[in-house]
Design a protein around this ligand. Sequence first.
Ligand code: SAH
Length: 255
Amino acid sequence: MSATPAWPPKSAPRLFVPGPLAQGAAVSIEGAQAHYLGRVMRAAPGDAVVLCDDLTGEWLARVVEAGKRALLLAVEECTRVREAVPDFMLCAALLKKDRFDLVLEKASELGVGRFQPVVTRRCVADRLNPERAHAIMTEAAEQCARTALPELAPTLGLDALLRGWEAGRTLFFADEEGREPAAAAFAAASGPTALLVGPEGGFDAAERAAIRALPQTRPISLGPRILRGETAAIAGCGLWMAVAGDWADHPPMPK
Ligand code: SAH
C-alpha cells in the first residue's frame, strides 16, 4: 500500500468543480462555494483544498488569493483518479421532501451510480427540483470523499420507466410481499443492476403487476417488517453495496 500522503490534511475542504482539472491550472471559486471556502472554512493563501471534477479524479490545490467574493486556487497534483462507480441504479418513488432528501444524501454516500426518481400513483409528491437534488448529492459526495458524482436522471412515471427499461439490467423490486431474501438475490446476480422502492403508500395492484411482468424483474424481500420507503431504499442500497458492490474490495481510505 502506497504511503498515505500526510498532505493534503484529512480536514482539507473538498469541492466538486467543472473540469477537466490539470496540473498548474488556475481555478476561480465563486458564489456559494466561495462563501463556504472563505467564510466557513476560512481558507487562506497557502491552505490546501481538494478539488474533484467528476472526470479525471481528485486533485490537491492550494489557495493563492482569498478575496471576499472569490478565491483563486492553483492545482498542484492528482491525488486519486476518478473512482470506478458500481453500475447500480436506485429507482426511488418520490417521498415527502425531507424523507426524499435523506434518500438522496444517503444513496450518494452509499455509492450509487445513478439515481432515478419515479412518480407512482400513490406518491405524495409529484415533482423533484433537480438543481436542489443535485446540490444535496454533490454535498454528500464531497463529505464522503467520493471522486465521482452519482448521475441524477430526469424524474419518470413508473409506466415510462418500465417501458424504457434497459434489456440487460436486473430490476430488483423491493416488495414487502416478496419471498426471495435480498442478500441471496443480490449475490446471485451480476451485471447492471437497479433497485426499485415504492412510496409511503406502496404500489397499487396494477403497478405491482406491471413491475412483475417485466422479464428483468426480481422481487426481493428486505425482511419481515414493513419499512418506510426511505428505510427500504437506504437499507437496500447498503446491502447491495456490501454483497455485490464496492464495499468488499475498497482500497484503504487515506488516513
Ligand atoms: N405497502 C406498505 C407501504 C409501503 S412501504 C404498507 O403496507 O404500509 C414503502 C416501500 O418500501 C414499499 O413499496 C417497498 O418498495 C419497500 N418495502 C417496505 N418494506 C419492505 C420489505 N420488508 N421488503 C421489501 N420491500 C419493502
